[in-house]
Design a protein around this ligand. Structure first.
Ligand code: HEC
Ligand code: HEC
Length: 386
């Protein structure tokens, strides 16, 4: 409840700021982006009017979910107040940089939205949650369109930005809404590139010794494998535009999240096959267990981690990678459970070559990598860093 009230208050206070646009102009919404911001925060687009996109992607915490409101649980609660999902809600910051889902010249899958890329882009993605029975729970696009047309401000805005044509049927209204939401998600509010790392690149700030060690390790191909998958450069080949992902898919051996499965009631033997479940991939056994390499911007403030939120702490993620290349016994223990790392949920298709690149890391280096990842936090979230 607290979460929902916060959302509403925040929505009203920050619409204009987030969209970076003033409210002047015709109607309540000055632009498609501003309309998208309103829709993103509108709980009326869910069956019980209790949930908006912003409920699970809260602007004040990096457009991710606040999982500590349902403690011990890494997945999101639906509009019906009882269903839990099976995947961790990713931050929507910098999501717009994922290219449309496609295959590269070598046949590797790249891009798309969701952990398995099943939505080609942001528009297609935005059409998912309203109709997902365990999320916003609307029955069909007709039901969504009916909620949209309840609001005369929306009607004016849809007419202005999409023309009368878009209002002709429920499908047109639904599609226009997803376009407006996607336009909002492409605004600067989602990708300000103003983290400490960005300021460091611009020569405005200096790194501490520890952050610099972390950066050196992350950038090295000799001491870590990180940048084999979390690219150092953006699509234009510059460091400044990097979101630290190749947008490719790998199985890095993440264990199942048993706790989440207890919450959502899925059978304990259910296996999330990741990319292989993407309809375009059509069950290809070679893609089982692969998930999209997440971008690492704002990662320090968007716990829990991995597609199923199985790790709560960023340091655990680094130690998890280290289990592949450290012979030390202590490195075979998951600090969050005190037990040996659980086996991969999908043992096939592990990115063994990449994961085994580099030596084991001592505590100093593990901490330095965490310190570096913290520098990727957008300025307005720096207050959330522990
Ligand atoms: C009940 C919580 C919930 C609601 C409500 C919700 N989402 Fe999500 N969102 C998630 C989860 C969980 C995932 C990951 C699902 C997956 O990968 O299969 C996700 C994934 C995404 C992604 C993909 C990001 C990426 O990097 O792949 C975007 C973008 C997104 N949501 C935007 C939205 C929008 C827009 C809305 C409203 C129309 C919305 N979400 C509503 C929980 C939610
Ligand atoms: C073989 C490719 C690969 C390599 C090498 C790699 N990663 Fe990843 N990384 C991934 C994939 C794929 C995921 C998501 C896996 C999942 O959820 O199943 C991920 C997830 C993460 C996450 C969690 C992000 C989130 O939002 O949940 C962090 C943090 C991270 N990696 C940091 C690193 C660091 C630091 C290194 C180097 C020590 C590294 N990665 C090496 C592919 C890789």
């Amino acid at each position: 409840m607290r979460l929902i009230l916060t959302c509403l208050g925040f929505a009203i206070a920050t619409l204009a700021v987030l969209a970076g646009i003033s409210s002047a102009g015709s109607g309540r919404f000055a632009s498609k982006e501003e309309l998208g911001a309103a829709l993103f925060h509108d709980k009326n687009l869910s069956k019980n009017r209790s949930q908006a996109c912003a409920t699970c992607h809260m602007p004040e915490i990096g457009f991710a979910d606040r999982h500590d409101t349902h403690k011990g649980n890494a997945v999101s609660l639906g509009d019906d107040a009882k269903s839990f999902g099976d995947r961790n809600a990713p931050s929507v910051t910098y999501a717009a940089f994922s290219p449309p889902f496609h295959r590269d010249a070598k046949g590797a899958y790249i891009g798309g939205q969701f952990w398995d890329g099943r939505a080609k882009g942001l528009e297609e993605q935005a059409a998912g949650p309203p109709l997902n029975p365990i999320e916003m729970g609307m029955s069909d696009d007709k039901a969504v369109a009916a909620r949209i047309t309840e609001n005369p401000d929306y009607l004016t805005a849809f007419r202005t930005f999409f023309g009368n044509q878009a209002l002709k049927d429920s499908n047109g209204i639904f599609r226009a809404a997803t376009e407006a939401i996607a336009a909002f998600e492409r605004t600067r509010a989602f990708a300000p590139f103003d983290s400490r790392y960005d300021r460091y690149l611009r020569g405005e700030e200096k790194f501490t010794e520890q952050e610099e060690l972390g950066r050196t390790l992350f950038f090295s191909t000799q001491f870590t494998s990180c940048n084999l998958c979390h690219d150092l450069k953006g699509p234009d080949g510059r460091l400044e535009t990097s979101t630290f992902t190749s947008h490719k898919y790998f199985n890095i051996g993440v264990p199942a999240n048993r706790e989440a499965r207890r919450m959502n009631g899925m059978k304990p033997d259910f296996v999330d096959i990741g990319l292989a479940a993407n309809p375009e991939v059509d069950g290809d056994p070679l893609q089982r267990g692969k998930f999209k390499v997440p971008n690492l911007r704002n990662v320090a403030i968007t716990a829990p981690y991995m597609h199923n939120g199985v790790f709560s702490d960023l340091r655990t993620v680094i130690l998890f990678y280290n289990k592949y290349n450290s012979k030390k016994k202590s490195r075979q223990i998951n600090p969050e459970t005190g037990e040996r790392w659980a086996d991969p949920e999908v043992p096939a298709n592990l990115a063994t070559k990449e994961l085994e690149t580099g030596p084991g890391l001592d505590d100093k280096r593990v901490d330095a990598l965490v310190a570096f990842l913290k520098t990727l936090t957008d300025k307005r979230y720096e207050g959330l860093l522990k």
